[in-house]
Each structure stands twice: as structure tokens, then as C-alpha cells.
Design a protein around this ligand. Structure first.
Ligand code: GRG
Length: 304
């Protein structure tokens, strides 16, 4: 049986090392007393990275590579996983800003703009977004054509027709009575697109067959939505200390959620159905699906 805790810990270790090293290298030439601002930017970037994120997306990337029995160079694999995590971490820093969700707690610690200041938090997000693509450009053992495909995939998942677009729909629909299909559309973009990019990018890097690519993409599509439905449930059922972010924030911000539209029990049924569908997608074409099954179970049993 897959030990999901160990899997996530390993993903944390590999990706944290890669990110910390990249952030330190990036600004070290400027680390002089006369240019203190850059030191502060580096500190704030490290603060936003070294704060106990679960690293679910990197774990999903690594697990997809293993599910295909592919042997990708370890350092390249870490760079791609770290690039995805950079986009995720930047989105959280920006999402917490006063102009967005205005939250003061993230991963159990003061949010970046509280610990530092608003302008610094904006720049941390900007810098992490650039770093994601810099990391992809440093991949050494894949062809230039494959690297371009990875860049394209991540840019699309993060951009206006992915995460950024989903965030815009979220801001636009806050306080309004939206329908379930509109909520689903928003989440498929806001959180789903990046989760989907983890399996898509792994399949591209591993040169998967079309059948494998489609199965993994469909798995992640269902998984991404289940992740969000569970997140909405946690916002009601968990507490601030366990969540590491303000419990009940959705309600406070007057956001539409799955439990609000469907009721708590039906939201749980929907979440479980989505996970069952995700698992079924792995049945036929995926050689080693066990770790992906384990991550699917983790997504809907996690407490934060
Ligand atoms: C600001 C451009 C921009 C986008 C923000 C993803 C997003 C869009 C906002 C996040 C808001 C949010 C808290 C959504 C709930 C789902 C989610 C992404 C939770 C956090 O992901 P985890 O649980 O976090 O993987 P950790 O801390 O473990 O990395």
C-alpha cells in the first residue's frame, strides 16, 4: 500500500531544496548592503516558500511519472515540479492580498503582506511566476521541443484561460447567486487547471502515449474538482488552527460554495463521485496507478 504521508514528505523535500536553492542563487549577486531591497525580496520569497505547503502538485507530478514507469532525470523532474509549485505559491500570496481575499493567515503563519508589506507581497508573486519559467528553461535532458510544450502547458494553466481567469470569475461572482455549472466552470479554471497541468506536464515529459495522456488528464480533471469541493467542505467543518487559514472565510466573503448550493451531504456525495470517476480513468491504460489512487484518497481525506 502507498504511504501517502511519506510520498508528500519526499515531494516536499525535493521541491523545497530546489526552490530554496533557486531563490538564493537568483538574488545572491545583489546581496550587498547598498541594495537592501533585494535582500528583503529574497527573504519574503523564502518566507512564502518555506512555510509547510503540502506540495500536493509536485507529488502528483512525481506520481504520474512513476505511473508511466518513465525514468526522467531526477534534477529535471524536480525543476518541473518546482515550477508548478512556484505558480501555486505565487497564486496564494496574491490571493491573500487586500485587493483579493484579504486574508491574514496562510499555512498557519501571517500572510506575506502581513509579515512584510503589500508591495513586497505583489513582487514576491511576480518573481515566483518568472522563476517558474526560468526553472523550466533549465531542464537539461529533454528536447527543446518538449521544453516548449511544457512552457506552453504551464503558461496556459496559469493564465487568463486557466488560474488567473478563474480568479477573475471568482472576484466577479462574489456575492452573486451563481448556479452549480458556473461554480464548476470557475473552479475548473481557478484550481483545476494547475492540478491538471501536473499530470499533463508529466505525460509530456515522459512522452506518454495518447491513450495514457487522455486517461491521466481525465483523472486530474475529476481530481481537481473533487479537491475544490473538499476544500469548501473543510471551510465549514474544520477549524482555523487545523486549516492554517481562516475558517469560514468563504461565508465571510459571501462566496458561493458547493455546500451552499447543494447542502453539505450532497456536496460530500459529489466529491466522492468525482474521486471514483478519477480512479476509474486509471483502470485501462496506466501501468502503475497505485500511487495516483492513493493521492486521490488523500485529496478527500486531508484535514487542511
Ligand atoms: C491570485 C492569480 C491568482 C490566483 C489565485 C488558486 C487561487 C487563485 C487562489 C487560492 C484560493 C484558495 C485558497 C482556493 C482553495 C483551493 C486551494 C488552491 C487551496 C490551497 O491549496 P493547497 O491545499 O495548499 O494545496 P498548500 O498550502 O498545501 O500548498
Amino acid at each position: 500500500m502507498t504511504d501517502t504521508k511519506a510520498l508528500l514528505q519526499q515531494a516536499q523535500l525535493r521541491v523545497n531544496n530546489c526552490l530554496i536553492e533557486a531563490i538564493k542563487q537568483q538574488t545572491s549577486p545583489y546581496n550587498q548592503e547598498s541594495i537592501n531591497g533585494l535582500e528583503r525580496l529574497q527573504q519574503a520569497s523564502l518566507y512564502s516558500i518555506e512555510n509547510g505547503g503540502k506540495r500536493l502538485r509536485p507529488a502528483l507530478f512525481f506520481a504520474t511519472i512513476s505511473s508511466l514507469e518513465a525514468s526522467l532525470n531526477a534534477s529535471d523532474s524536480e525543476k518541473i515540479a518546482a515550477a508548478i509549485e512556484c505558480i501555486h505559491s505565487y497564486s496564494l500570496v496574491h490571493d491573500d492580498l487586500p485587493a483579493m481575499d484579504d486574508d491574514d493567515l496562510r499555512r498557519g503563519k501571517p500572510t506575506c503582506h502581513i509579515a512584510f508589506d503589500e508591495a513586497t507581497a505583489i513582487l514576491v508573486g511576480d518573481g515566483l511566476q518568472s522563476l517558474a519559467f526560468e526553472l523550466l528553461s533549465q531542464v537539461q535532458t529533454l528536447t527543446a521541443e518538449t521544453i516548449v510544450k511544457l512552457v506552453q502547458e504551464l503558461a496556459q494553466a496559469a493564465g487568463n484561460y486557466g488560474m488567473v481567469g478563474g480568479q477573475m470569475i471568482d472576484l466577479h461572482s462574489t456575492g452573486k447567486n451563481i448556479k452549480q455549472h458556473q461554480l464548476e466552470h470557475m473552479h475548473r479554471l481557478k484550481t483545476g487547471a494547475l492540478i491538471r497541468s501536473c499530470t499533463r506536464m508529466a505525460a509530456i515529459a515522459a512522452n506518454a502515449s495518447e491513450a495514457e495522456f487522455t486517461a491521466l488528464d481525465n483523472y486530474a480533471k475529476h481530481l481537481g474538482l473533487a479537491f475544490q469541493v473538499h476544500d469548501d467542505i473543510l471551510d465549514i467543518e474544520s477549524d482555523t488552527e487545523t486549516l492554517g487559514k481562516t475558517q469560514g472565510a468563504d461565508q465571510q466573503l459571501n462566496k458561493q460554495t458547493y455546500p451552499a448550493i447543494l447542502g453539505l451531504e450532497q456536496a460530500k456525495s459529489l466529491r466522492d463521485e468525482l474521486i471514483a470517476k478519477a480512479n476509474t480513468e486509471l483502470d485501462t491504460h496506466i501501468k502503475q496507478p497505485d500511487t495516483l489512487h492513493a493521492l486521490a484518497s488523500f485529496v478527500i481525506s486531508r484535514n487542511h
